[in-house]
Design a protein around this ligand. Structure first.
Ligand code: FAD
Ligand code: UDP
Length: 374
């Protein structure tokens, strides 16, 4: 059989490899000049630093199968994401942990004392938080919410936190010890040769053809089935209207030596127009000292217009009739499957996209066994 996979990110690569491994003809198309999707990494020409071209990517997971899978295609070096945040002209540690609480309130509390303090601040009248703001007020109370989350979130999403779902903040932990690891998953790492090398290795299998600089809309071949990881509304030519996405603008600058001393510095105040600055050599701690210069990116978030890259699907508290329409239309497509962050319009991390793609491979096998695909 002949399959088309649209998109050479993690979702597309995992599916394509599986199909080609099963002896099928597979054409992977991506309109970008490189594989890797939004996880694409490349060496910065001026500094030599490995740069995450579409924003900082840290691999973390609790899923054993996913962790085993990615390490088949490249070496992961140990990496712990430790984020710093500027608020009101001071630097704090994120996610909110005992150091953040002690520094912010100017105290020296022990874990149980800090927990008791936050309990006096947290809004206990909110039983089941629906919005981002409710989640924040229930989790940390008004002071920490205003200092670290309200301004950053308004910049990041262009919306008031009362209109955003609680799930966005549920991504972040709250800790009453000095653990400043941004993630709570047991596995975390950074690919030694970057994500693009991993995805290139996943795609390196007989029977698989990759067509770069090629949009799906320009492909004229006939396929038995299409696996589509692009934006769901784009597949339907925006027939019902455009779904909302946030796009990012990256302002690159180079300094001698080092700049901020950490990979990620968030700027939580609303009067600073960018959300964060990333200094990419800190994403490769094993080689960071060999570079004479450092390359950094100020990250600005805004509403995506027609020709912008769609980075973040904007899901609202009240869902969206437009998205429901597209999901219904997608269900009716018997010869197309929609996958990935854009194909399913969800805020998915890399490990979840890989897990869902591996699950889809299992479903494909079952479909072959029941001859649905023949
Ligand atoms: P993508 O990587 O978006 O790939 C889709 C591909 O399809 C693209 O290459 C695109 O060019 C192509 N395409 C789309 N439409 C068409 C078309 N019509 N024709 C041809 N090609 C098309 N996850 C983490 O786990 N850790 C992180 O630290 C992290 N940080 C992130 C930071 C940012 C700024 C962003 C935006 C995301 C981050 N993520 C992170 C999430 C991660 O990027 C996604 O989980 C992952 O990229 C999803 O892979 P995908 O294959 O579904 O989609
Ligand atoms: N967030 C915030 N302040 C911060 C960091 C995060 O308000 O300093 C909020 C913001 O709304 C963000 C969400 O928490 O979208 C999830 O944070 P994460 O770091 O996972 O965002 P990502 O790296 O995916 O952009």
């Amino acid at each position: 059989m002949k399959f088309c996979v649209v998109g050479a990110g993690f979702s597309g690569a995992v599916i394509a490899r599986h199909l080609a491994g099963g002896g099928h003809r597979v054409v992977v198309v991506d309109e970008r000049p490189h594989v890797g999707g939004n996880c694409h990494t490349e060496r910065d020409a001026e500094t030599g630093v490995m740069v995450h071209r579409y924003g900082p990517h840290i691999f973390h997971t609790a899923d054993e199968r996913v962790w085993r899978y990615v390490r088949r295609f490249g070496t992961f070096r140990p990496y712990t994401n430790r984020v710093k945040a500027v608020s009101g002209g001071r630097v704090y540690s994120l996610p909110v942990n005992l150091l953040t609480i002690n520094q912010f309130f100017g105290v020296a509390l022990l874990p149980q004392e800090a927990r008791a303090l936050i309990e006096t601040k947290a809004d206990r009248s909110i039983a089941d938080p629906v919005s981002f703001e409710e989640q924040a007020l229930k989790m940390v109370g008004p002071e920490l919410y205003r200092a670290f989350f309200r301004g950053y979130t308004r910049k990041q999403w262009g919306l008031d936190p009362t209109d955003l779902p609680a799930s966005i903040l549920k991504r972040l932990p709250l800790r009453f010890d000095y653990d400043d690891n941004y993630f709570s998953h047991p596995y975390q790492g950074m690919p030694e040769d970057g994500y693009t090398a991993i995805i290139r290795n996943i795609l390196d299998v007989n029977g698989l053809e990759t067509r770069m600089n090629c949009s799906f809309e320009a492909v004229l071949d006939d396929f038995d089935h299409v696996f589509y990881t692009g934006p769901i509304d784009r597949y339907f030519n925006f027939r019902m209207g455009r779904l909302a996405y946030r796009t990012l603008d990256f302002e690159r600058f180079v300094e001698d030596g080092a700049y901020q001393g950490a990979a990620v510095m968030n700027y939580c105040d609303e009067d600073v127009p960018y959300t964060r600055i990333t200094e990419h050599k800190y994403f490769s701690p094993w080689e960071k000292d060999k570079f004479l210069k450092t390359v950094c990116f100020r990250e600005y978030s805004r509403s995506a217009e027609k020709n912008d890259i769609p980075y973040y699907p904007v899901r609202l508290v009240n869902g969206g009739a437009l998205l429901d329409d597209y999901i219904e239309m997608a269900r009716e497509q018997k010869k197309v499957s929609f996958l990935g962050r854009l194909g399913t319009y969800r805020y998915l991390d890399m490990d979840v996209t890989i897990k869902e793609a591996l699950d889809a491979c299992d479903m494909i096998d079952r479909a072959f066994q029941s001859s649905e695909f023949s």
